[in-house]
Structures are given as structure tokens and as C-alpha cells.
Design a binder for this molecule. Structure first.
Ligand SMILES: [Cu+2]
Length: 497
């Protein structure tokens, strides 16, 4: 939310540390606009080695007053990394992570770019930087075979935030495997000072296996062509910006997010739940729009946005094409510490019903899935993981204590119906339930939707938790029990997993 309506004097009186950012009045001509204005002559002084950072970190401002020669060394590495819990993917990276390293230079700088292709790589690669003026954006001059390096130079004539990506055929496949990042070309006077800067980049991923299907998942070209993403992610994996990896700020600080979208296919409707962007430099350009809720970030595009944080708590970053957030991974967190600002917001922490299992700690879920992979999964681990998954997924209706809502949602706590038939209960979670049922002598006649977003491990853990909580006592339910029911029961239309 905004503090830009404060006069600078008032801000001073209130003791705000950072100077109030100067808004460019829409009528004021930008001093930085246009590439003609961006050539400030030859580089001055010794060449500078660029500081490159991995997301969510951003290099320090250049703080320079003259154009420089900046040397960028970027190595392409093809490597297997987790894309989700228990799911691996062979990423192709600029610098070892997805997104690629953040590059920060100043308008007028001359960049001497070195692209190295690691000898263990299988593919040739190159780089097209949208900040380059020149055919191909560097692509033709940077084509590099494994075990080789190439070099080219360009002068950064236009200020702004730009995507770079690999442009080697098949281009879509190289981008889909994670070959993109951001380069910031600061205007000569720099950007307004803020307290925190973070690097967030969205991308869509296409795997042969379904969402969260375990193991090493190959790239699926057909799904990519059909733009049928399995994952939509911030910073290359489901866990990149949640829990302990959340980005942080303190109440009273200004935050700037450099948001990019590598695509290859999807346009992002970038939104932070519980915040309003005070300023959005739409499409990464010079002019700032103010007071924006959701901003479009095109595939192969970027945006800079700023907001002031007044109230503590967890703010959720999403692609507001919302199934992507809750069912494909496009969800991150900004954790804000500080004193309550009850005049601005009376409430408590983020709503677990809204966030479903994303609000719970994912540690027990991770532990159970690692144990399952190692063949050492215990009932106690299943119960812990199931408890985390139950929060939100089932508790919305059956309530956190399993008691349900009389006449509407039947109880799971002490439910004779649940405990009578284990296979039937698995089938209910997989395929839903409708029509009359009697639970502990009470009649219910309603509809439970199929929980088709859950995989076999998740269903097994949830049901092991449910049948061993609130006075229920049962045996552990295994993923293979669930797989058996899934294979033999007929899923209702639209509930196929
Ligand atoms: Cu490539």
C-alpha cells in the first residue's frame, strides 16, 4: 500500500528512513527515454566485473556517474534439480539455477559478454538479451557448443528491465527447460532508493508425469506445444519462495520486486494477496502506473513494482490465473515482521482455509515423501504429513477437529461410516460422494467433490491421519492401497487424475 500521498515533510516528521521516492509526473519528459539519449560515449575507467546474483537476490545498485565497460561471465549448466517435492527435472540453466543470474548495469555501459557452455552439457546454447540493440539480441554471436565459450559486446542504449533467454532451436524447449533471466539497465540517475529488492521470475513447465507425480520427469514436447502446463512456477521450483525460502521485509519498508516471465507460453497475472502496488513500471519501462492490484507480465517480458508495507504477516505472491497458484505451483510468500498496525488491519495471520495445505509447514510432507522414497515410511510420519495436508484440503468442510457441521458436513471424528470400510473411504476421497448417507445415526444428503488434485501418497497420508485422530483408531493406509482403489474405481467425469 501507499505512503506516496505523504508529503516528504510529513514522512520526515514520522521518522521514515528512506527518502520518499520521486514520482515522475506523467507530463514530465523522461530524461532517460529513447536510445539516442542512451549513448553517453566510450566507457570510462577500468573494466568492471559484474556482480551476478541468484534469485531472489538482486545485485547492489551500480551507483556510477559515468559509462563503464562491464564484463559479464555466464556459464550454462544442464543439471537435475527438484521442481517439486520428490519430483526432479533436468533444467538447463544460465548460471546453475532457474531463473538465470540477475545482471545489473547502467544505461550507456558497454557490456563484454562471455557465454560458457559447460563441457558436461549435451546441447549447444546461446543468449538473446532483450536489452541488446542489434540483430538477434546477441543470439547469433553467442552460439556455443558444449565445452566452448563465446564473446560479444553491446552498448546498453535503453534503460529498463529486460528478459534474456536462450534462442537455440528448438527455442521453446530451451526456454521451457529454464533458460531465462533478467538484466536491469538502470537509468543514469539510478532507480529511487527502496529498502528491499527481490528477483522473482515466472515460468511454465511441461512434464510427462502429472503435477507432483514423483521421480525424474522428462520434458513433454506435445504438452508444451499445446500450452498445457504441468507446473507454473516462481523461481524454478514449487518450494522456491515458500516457508523458509519466503522473501522478507519489515513493517515500514518499501519493497521493489523485479518480476520477469520467461514463459515459454503463459502470460502472468501477477498479484500479491493483501497488497496494492503503489507503483508499477509496466512492462519494465520508464513510466510508472500507480495503485495497481494485478499486473500483466507477458512471456518474454518483465515489470518493476514497488509497495510500502504497513502491516505484518504473510503476503502471498500468485499468478491470479488462480488454478496455476493452487494446483500448478505459482505461489510464493513475502513474510513481513513488525508491530501490528491494527488501525490498518485488525486481523491475524494468513487464512489457512484460503491457502489450504500451502499454509501448513511442508516439512512433515517433505519428510514423509523422502521416507517413502527410501522405503522407510512409518505410520507416525504419515500421520504428521496427513495432518498438514488435511488443513485446508478437508478442514474447510469437515472442520479442523473433524467434527463437521451438523446436517451439512458429516463428522470424521468418531465416524462409524468412515471406519467401517477403508476401501470405501479411499474411494470417497478420490471420487467424491453424493446422495444420502447415515453417519453416527444422522442423515446427510449432500455432495462432496472429488479431491482429484491429491496424489496417492497424499490420500494415503490424509486418511491415515483421519483414521488415527480424534478417537479414531485404524491401520496405516498405504499409497498402494490408494493406487488399487484408483485403478478399479470409475472416476466421475472431470475427476481423472
Ligand atoms: Cu539453450
Amino acid at each position: 500500500m501507499s505512503r506516496y500521498f505523504f508529503t516528504p515533510l510529513l514522512a520526515l516528521a514520522l521518522g521514515c528512513g528512506a527518502p520518499a521516492p520521486t514520482a515522475l509526473a506523467p507530463t514530465e519528459a523522461p530524461t532517460t527515454g529513447g536510445s539516442k539519449a542512451g549513448d553517453f560515449g566510450p566507457p570510462v575507467g577500468e573494466p568492471i566485473q559484474a556482480e551476478l546474483t541468484n534469485a531472489p537476490n538482486v545485485p547492489a545498485p551500480t551507483n556510477r556517474t559515468a559509462p563503464a565497460k562491464v564484463v559479464v561471465e555466464l556459464e550454462v549448466v544442464e543439471k537435475v534439480m527438484p521442481i517439486s517435492e520428490g519430483v526432479d527435472y533436468t533444467f538447463w540453466t544460465f548460471g546453475g539455477e532457474v531463473p538465470g543470474k540477475f545482471i545489473r548495469i547502467r544505461q550507456g555501459d558497454t557490456v563484454e559478454f562471455h557465454l560458457q557452455n559447460h563441457p558436461d552439457n549435451k546441447m549447444p546454447h546461446n543468449i538473446d538479451l532483450h536489452a541488446v540493440t542489434g540483430p538477434g539480441g546477441g543470439a547469433a554471436s553467442s552460439f556455443t557448443a558444449p565445452g566452448h565459450a563465446s564473446q560479444f559486446s553491446f552498448k546498453a542504449l535503453n534503460a529498463g528491465l529486460y528478459v534474456y533467454h536462450c534462442a537455440t532451436a528448438p527455442v521453446g524447449m530451451h526456454i521451457a527447460n529454464g533458460m531465462y533471466g533478467l538484466i536491469l539497465v538502470e537509468p543514469p540517475e539510478g532507480l529511487p532508493k527502496v529498502d528491499r529488492e527481490y528477483y522473482v521470475m515466472q515460468g511454465d513447465f511441461y512434464t510427462v508425469g502429472k503435477y507432483r507425480e514423483k521421480g525424474l520427469q522428462p520434458f513433454d514436447m506435445q504438452k508444451a506445444i499445446e500450452e498445457n502446463a504441468t507446473y507454473v512456477l516462481f523461481n524454478g521450483s514449487e518450494g522456491a519462495l515458500v516457508g523458509d525460502n519466503a522473501i522478507t521485509a519489515e513493517v515500514g519498508e518499501t519493497v521493489r520486486l523485479y518480476v520477469g516471465n520467461g514463459g515459454p507460453n503463459l502470460v502472468s497475472s501477477f498479484h500479491v494477496i493483501g497488497e496494492i502496488f503503489d507503483k508499477v513500471y509496466t512492462e519494465g519501462g520508464t513510466f510508472a502506473q500507480e495503485n495497481v492490484q494485478t499486473t500483466l507480465v507477458p512471456a518474454g517480458g518483465a515489470t518493476m513494482l514497488e509497495f510500502y508495507v504497513e502491516a505484518p504477516g504473510t503476503y502471498i505472491l500468485v499468478d491470479h490465473s488462480i488454478f496455476r497458484a493452487f494446483n500448478k505451483g505459482a505461489l510464493g510468500m513475502l513474510k513481513v515482521d513488525g508491530d501490528d498496525a491494527l488501525d490498518i488491519y485488525s486481523g491475524k495471520e494468513v487464512d489457512s482455509v484460503y491457502l489450504a495445505d500451502k499454509a501448513a509447514s511442508s516439512a512433515p510432507i517433505a519428510e514423509a515423501s523422502a521416507a517413502a522414497a527410501a522405503g522407510s515410511l512409518t505410520k507416525a510420519q504419515q500421520i504428521e504429513a496427513g495432518k498438514a495436508l488435511f488443513a485446508g484440503t478437508c478442514s474447510t468442510c469437515h472442520q479442523a477437529d473433524g467434527t463437521g457441521v451438523k446436517g451439512v458436513f458429516p463428522p470424521l471424528a468418531g465416524s462409524d461410516y468412515l471406519m467401517a470400510d477403508g476401501k470405501r473411504s479411499i474411494g470417497i476421497v478420490l471420487n467424491g460422494l453424493s446422495g444420502p448417507v447415515k453417519v453416527n445415526g444422522e442423515d446427510y444428503n449432500s455432495v462432496m467433490p472429488p479431491m482429484s488434485q491429491l496424489n496417492d501418497d497424499e490420500v494415503a497420508n490424509i486418511l491415515t491421519y483421519v483414521t488415527n485422530s480424534w478417537g479414531n483408531e485404524g491401520a496405516a493406509i498405504s499409497a498402494s492401497d490408494v493406487a488399487g482403489v484408483r485403478a478399479t474405481s470409475k472416476a466421475p467425469a472431470g475427476a481423472a487424475h
